[in-house]
Design a protein around this ligand. Sequence first.
Ligand code: DAH
Length: 336
Amino acid sequence: MLEDIQQTARAFDSDLASANGAREIDEVRVRYFGRKAGLIPALFTRLKEVPKEQKREIGDALNKLRDRAEEALKEKTARLVTEKVEHPLDVTLPGRAPRLGHLHPTTLVRRELEEIFVEMGYSLDPGPEVETDWYNFEALNFTPDHPARDMQDTFFLDVDQLLLRTHTSNVQIRSMERFKPPLRVLSCGRVYRRDEITMRKSPVFHQAEGFLVDKGIHIGHLRATLEQFIKRLFGSDLAMRMRPSYFPFTEPSAEVDMSCVFCRGKGCNTCSFTGWMEILGSGMIHPQVLRNVGIDPDVWSGFAFGFGLDRAAMIKYDIPNIRTLFENDVRVLQQF
Ligand code: DAH
């Protein structure tokens, strides 16, 4: 019997210790003191079976258990109440401010670029991402077996010989078909290529395409336009240079470098100590491209350029890995 009392005492202590909140404390109370099946009243009932000589000792032990258990229940309940009083609901506390959204770094660069070109009189035209071969390649002077097609490893769709555009140059054709020159258009959007994901490459990325068609346009206009926007986007102290290059839809074509933004042209690891960073492709619109959309190249001429928006965001905000731009980790985005 004494052993049963001690066991009940131990069980009570552990039950009460693990009881959280008023409901659970009350459950412990019922289990040990309940009129019908309470464990402590049940022990009292058994007192009459105890031999006379032991009654006193066992009775004392039982009384002790009951008093101690009652005390412990009372104390724990009281503690619950004071805890509530110490942390009451404070209706005067100001509400929690909603978290503000942030613009994505690529969006910031795109908007800045759009602002610069809208000021120069350009219209914005995003164009479609799902294209036909004609707009993405053929009209841009990529003949069916042109080797330059291989440089733009293409996602082909199963339906109607459609594809995902590999560059925003499709908008040149779409705009020139719909509107008569003179034309100034900037087109920003997603483009797709079958590339492995690396630090600098992603199968989906963003480009800006700009082009202008008017009378008497020459490469000096192209150079002045590019210089203007590069300086506004990256800093007025930066130099720019053009290197001869090749694209099927421009003639002549030029690759454009600007001074490395990290060393401002002095030479560092990022620019392989050349002081230059490659930033875009450009050129004078090929006469055949103009002919393809019914514009007479003897009357009109124009320039075009293509620019990587993700790469520009990486350079501008010093983001080493392009994946950062596609993971959309709030901890990263809220810095912008
Ligand atoms: N479409 C080219 C590409 O995706 C970029 C480009 C180069 C666009 C020269 C142009 C241009 O308009 O003139 O690699």
